[in-house]
Design a protein around this ligand. Structure first.
Ligand SMILES: Cc1ncc(COP(=O)(O)O)c(C=O)c1O
Length: 699
């Protein structure tokens, strides 16, 4: 029974399979009286906040399909559900991660463009040089495309570890692009970075920990090379948002003021002070408040000027990452938003550096930003389908009228009398009667059938009260959880842990919505449950301009027809942080680019993990698994526990299962194949099995 303060314990839910809805809809829920006018695509644009988080990159056509249009309404566009159908017809299964190259390109242009504007307007003398930190998305295609799209903007790459350095060295083929080497460094890392400098790359080794300096000096002497050295400052300023611990006195990386002076002294001693070319800071990712950025800039530019005065040959100021993405479109300092625009960020950075340098008559350095999230988040969309729905049943349950007195009769009376005037009182009565019903059941005075009727009545009362709440300007606090408690559960074909781990780990919000039927009123309210058997494997927080929604407006699913949903802005961090919980592997990934003639062009399909691949990560060998199961089946055949047909079907299923995608495929298609499988399976598999059984000396 629902308890608004917490979870709903034993809700009477009907679970329906893919493409079917098990419970009948409550008429009032599907067409609230206050909202009888026809639903338009414009209502969907508003409901799902399309423009707020997607700018002009998305629109909805008259058929209710979501359109992708990276260059805005005047550029090429395509229907997202059509692309998904097209891919499915080619045998590419859901869930699928779509990477839209043109959105990536637009992001590079937008970032470089805003800095170009700021530089032009302030007459800044240095350049802006974006550097992509590949930790944010190391996928080869993404890195290659970014280097390509950033060729005219001197886009460089940042490595935060030794493996990342090896990728960066091979892929940085733009002579203008810098290679920034961050993270924990051993001799091997530093040697590799310096030799790459000899190879012709502009590698800057950023000293994150004071101990690294001696290795840098030693290796440079050994290789007879004047390295490009950077230092990361540990700022007192902190970021704002979930990752604010990356900054401040206790941050993991960075040198204190004292250590910075020691670096200068030591480099002077070895006559390498001119090699100290870059000052770097990073106060955390997704900095939601511009104030925190301004504070950090003030402090960092002061350090820059001081180091310059001490004789360092500084040429670059690297402002790190942190440029936030407005996931919920609210333009606030909420953790999934940002209270500033790209242009404001660029203006503030350029202005702060210029001001600090002009005050001391220092030449303007080139400005580097290591913006990762802001470059890649937008370009990736996860598309998945809904497999089934668990839906609340409302109304007076059968048998309730048979109780003439007592708790159940009182619940029926409460249900009948709920009104605008007494809904809160009815709620309190219901809570008391609910407790009574549980006590009676525990003491043996109410049977299981009676308890089921009591539960159903409790839900029905809650639903009536919720209907009334929907027309109120203010919903009493104790009733605010009703919407969540009454919501449907839509079971979806994806894993939160694999595809949106930050939603689980740090409550990051990602815009999520149906991608078709957007010309229909979404009459259901749902939370999205994933395929894992983990109770955390769900999406139950959704973007909202003023708040966080606990349910998402969705359409009732139509029997036999797919219902597609999209989760947007998942191109930063999610893929690489994703894990194999319940052995759900990488999803299929498809690179798509815009095409003037056909709307889209499928550039590349990267198949997701098969079950065999995922099992090999945890040391299971396919052949060994098959051998074991075959052995047990032979024994079962000998014992007469299975027949030949069943044995063949299981073996076929097992081998197919190992070769298959880790996510769910269409049940209907599988069932349709069953007869086929049995027939072929008996023909193909039984003779071999029968042979072995006949000569059964052992398996
Ligand atoms: C040193 C460094 N630079 C850049 C970034 C990228 O940050 P963002 O994705 O917020 O731009 C990070 C990530 O936290 C980082 O640690």
């Amino acid at each position: 029974m629902p308890d608004c303060a917490g979870h709903a314990p034993w809700p009477p839910r009907g679970v329906a399979g893919r493409g079917s809805v098990g419970a009948k809809e409550h008429p009032e829920l599907s067409t609230p009286a206050k909202d009888l006018r026809a639903w338009t695509t414009r209502d969907s644009v508003e409901l799902y906040q399309l423009a707020a988080w997607g700018g002009e990159s998305y629109a909805i056509d008259d058929r209710g399909d979501l359109l992708v249009q990276p260059m805005g309404p005047s550029g090429p566009r395509f229907s997202l559900p059509e692309l998904v159908e097209d891919l499915r017809n080619r045998g590419i299964e859901l869930p699928m991660l779509l990477r839209i190259s043109d959105i990536l390109e637009m992001r590079v242009k937008a970032l470089a463009g805003t800095f170009a504007n700021a530089i032009r307007e302030t007459d800044y003398k240095g350049r802006y040089r974006p550097v992509f930190p590949i930790k944010v998305n190391q996928q080869r295609d993404v890195v290659e495309e970014l280097v390509d799209f950033g060729r005219d903007h001197a886009l460089g790459l940042e490595a935060g570890s030794k493996p990342e350095l090896l990728v960066v060295l091979a892929h940085m083929n733009n002579p203008e692009g810098l290679v920034v080497c961050n993270g924990y460094k051993d001799v091997n890392y530093i040697e590799t970075a310096m030799l790459a400098q000899k190879m012709g790359l502009y590698t800057i080794i950023v000293v994150d920990r004071f101990e690294e300096l001696e290795t840098v000096i030693e290796v440079s002497k050994r290789f007879d090379l004047r390295p490009h050295i950077g230092v990361r400052a540990k700022l007192a300023s902190r970021g704002a948002g979930k990752w604010q611990e990356s900054g401040g006195d206790k941050s993991k990386f960075g040198l204190t003021a004292g250590e910075l002076i020691d670096v200068v002294e030591r480099l002077r001693e070895v006559d390498m002070l001119d090699c100290l070319e870059l000052l770097h800071f990073h106060i955390g990712s997704q900095i939601t408040a511009i104030r925190a950025i301004k504070d950090a800039l003030k402090e960092a530019t002061r350090i820059f000027a001081e180091l310059h005065d001490l004789g360092a040959g500084l040429k670059f100021l690297d402002v790190g990452g942190g440029l936030a993405v407005d996931y919920d479109g609210s333009q606030t300092n909420f953790h999934s938003s940002a209270n500033y625009s790209l242009q404001e960020y660029a203006n503030d950075v350029v202005f702060a550096v210029q001001q600090a340098c002009d005050e001391k008559s220092i030449a303007h350095p080139d400005i580097i930003s290591e913006s990762g999230r802001a470059l890649t988040a937008h370009h990736a969309i996860l598309v998945f389908d809904v497999l089934g729905v668990a839906q609340q049943q409302f109304g007076v349950p059968k048998g309730a009228e048979d109780y003439e007195e007592g708790t159940i009769a009182n619940l029926v009376m409460t249900l009948r009398s709920v009104s605008q005037k007494n809904f809160q009182e009815s709620y309190h009565d219901m809570l008391q009667l609910k407790e009574e019903a549980i006590s009676l059941f525990n003491l043996g005075y109410l049977d299981l059938k009676g308890r089921a009727i009591a539960e159903a009545l409790v839900w029905a009362i809650c639903e009536r009260i919720h209907q009334i709440c929907q027309s109120l300007d203010y919903v009493p606090e104790e009733l605010q959880g009703l919407e969540r408690a009454l919501a449907d559960t839509y079971y979806c074909n994806f894993s939160v842990f694999q595809s949106a781990p930050d939603h689980w780990a740090v409550k990051q919000l990602f815009p999520t919505m149906p991608i078709h039927r957007l010309n229909e009123r979404p009459t259901r309210r749902a939370i999205l449950a994933d395929l894992t058997c983990d109770s955390d494997g769900k999406v139950d927080k959704f973007i909202d301009l003023r708040d966080v929604k606990s349910v998402l407006e969705v359409h009732p699913i139509t029997p036999g027809k797919p219902y597609y949903m999209g989760m947007f802005l998942v191109g930063a961090y999610q893929e690489i942080l994703g894990d194999l919980h319940n052995l759900f592997g990488d999803t299929n990934a498809i690179h798509v680019s815009m095409d003037e003639q056909h709307g889209y062009r499928i550039e590349r399909v990267i198949e997701g993990d098969s079950v065999t691949e995922v099992l090999s990560y945890v040391q299971y060998d396919k052949q060994e698994l098959i051998r074991r199961v075959r052995g047990r089946l032979e024994q079962a055949l000998r014992d007469g526990r299975v027949n030949m047909r069943e044995s063949a079907l299981l073996m076929r299923r097992y081998e197919e299962g190992l070769a298959a995608y880790t996510y769910l495929v269409d049940d209907d298609a599988v069932l349709a194949k069953d007869e086929d499988v049995v027939q072929q399976g008996v023909a193909a598999a039984v003779p071999a099995a029968a042979e072995r059984v006949r000569g059964s000396s052992g398996i």
